[in-house]
Design a protein around this ligand. Structure first.
Ligand code: FMN
Length: 403
């Protein structure tokens, strides 16, 4: 395992992950879609926002802890659903779940994860101090999705997050160039790639191969696993592009817990979500992985939070790499952020310990940002911390250099 102490920020973890993972796997995690405009803009949108420090405030008693859906969290953050933690590390989702439990933040398990939800619930669920959320991709055959929802409920998942920004599969051309596909196909290029990364081949691939077989989507219905394994069912053939608000109403009927949608970009969609009885929305562009012309969620957040007006919990993701990003998101109206790649890099480098390293690096940076801006609790974060913000000015005006 890498010396985690030498990774001093998320970029160091990213560099270490790049060395450890086969190129096909690393790029699947790290890259996005088409010309990579959205993923770059997610970062630059955060970087454009400037803060002012406040002098002479006693911040010696500050705390980054808060609550999320009425329960305590160690910091205003949760782990985003990613279908690939299990490629970064053997049963990586479980490693992430254990790290999240230790950091006292929720873990969202993806429909596309490589570890079955039963195992996550058993080893990383409430009995082990964890909080579990389940992310749903909706199948064309709706009854299979309803069965998946019931399964998540039986396994004690506290929240259901329906991803609503992925009606079609994105153009990720680099996967084809790398000969990379899921389930793994032994293309000459990918086989060579794996052979060049013997540690990953032994610790991840071989471990699956000698126990449960090649990594597969363990939460998919068995009939879909079969069709995917035989190469018949493509993603677009199975997943619904017909998802609409009627589905959301149905999910609200059958899901008794916290219900959110992920991938909201518009205030009118956010308001509609409240009308449909949802408890939360995730403002997200899927980490820039879907529509390359999408706006940065941090630029959309102020308008959406204003429209929601505290009637639901607003969460933001896409581009979070530094603790200061959390401060910016909270000051613009989010209650918490999700991290996708940041915690995946950590998982790739050191499993549970690596994921925990990523969380604690971000936590420490967030703590310092709070201290610099004179905030003793997360509730004190407000637009007052921004440079260039005046009441009534939208953030887009501010980032364009106005005021
Ligand atoms: C490798 C990878 C796999 C992902 N898989 C899923 C998924 O299965 N379901 C989902 O809703 N979002 C998925 N996402 C998107 C994340 O949930 C999240 O929106 C995004 O990663 C946030 O951006 P960030 O990576 O810049 O933090 C995935 C992201 C990555 C990087």
């Amino acid at each position: 395992m890498q010396n985690l102490d030498r990774c001093l920020n998320i970029w160091d973890l990213r560099a270490a992950a790049r060395r450890r993972l086969p190129k096909g796997v690393f790029e699947f995690v790290d890259r996005a879609t088409e010309d990579h405009i959205a993923v770059a803009n997610n970062r630059s949108a955060f970087e454009r926002i400037k803060l002012r420090h406040r002098a002479l405030v006693d911040v010696s008693q500050r705390s980054v802890a808060t609550t999320l859906f009425g329960k305590p969290v160690g910091l205003p953050m949760a782990i985003a659903p990613t279908g690939s933690a299990g490629l970064c590390w053997h049963e990586g989702e479980l490693e992430l779940a254990k790290a999240a439990a230790k950091a006292r933040i929720p873990l969202t398990l993806s429909t596309a994860s490589m570890t079955a939800m039963e195992k996550i619930a058993q080893h990383g669920g409430p009995d082990k101090g964890g909080r579990l959320w389940f992310q749903l991709y909706v199948w064309k055959q709706r009854e299979l999705s309803h069965q998946l929802i019931e399964r998540a409920n039986r396994n004690g998942f506290e929240a259901l997050i329906v991803t609503v920004d992925s009606p079609v599969s994105p153009n990720r051309e680099y996967n084809t160039h790398n000969g990379f596909g899921l389930p793994f196909t032994p293309t000459p290029r990918f086989v060579l790639d794996v052979l060049r990364h013997p540690v990953w081949a032994k610790d991840v691939l071989l471990k699956y191969y000698t126990t449960t077989g090649l990594p597969r989507h363990e939460n998919y219905p068995p009939e879909y696993q079969q069709s995917i394994l035989s190469g018949v069912g493509s993603r677009d053939a199975l997943r619904a592009d017909s998802l609409d608000w009627n589905d959301i109403a149905r999910f609200r009927d059958i899901w008794p817990g916290i219900l959110m949608i992920k991938g909201v970009n518009r205030p009118d969609d956010a308001v509609k979500a409240i009308e449909y009885g949802l408890d939360g929305i995730v403002v997200s562009n899927h980490g820039g992985r879907n529509m390359d012309s999408s706006a940065a969620p941090i630029d959309l957040l102020a308008d959406i939070a204003e429209a929601v007006n505290n009637r639901a919990t607003v969460i933001l993701d896409s581009g979070v790499r530094r603790g200061s990003d959390i401060a910016k998101a909270l000051a613009l109206g989010a209650k918490a952020v999700l991290t996708g790649r940041a915690t995946l890099y950590g998982t790739a480098v050191g499993g549970e310990a690596g994921a925990l390293r990523a969380i604690s690096l971000i936590r420490n940076e967030f703590d310092k940002t709070m201290a610099y801006t004179g905030c003793r609790s997360v509730d004190e974060l407000s637009p007052d911390i921004f440079f260039g913000y005046r009441s009534g000015n939208r953030l887009s005006g501010m980032t364009a250099g106005a005021v």
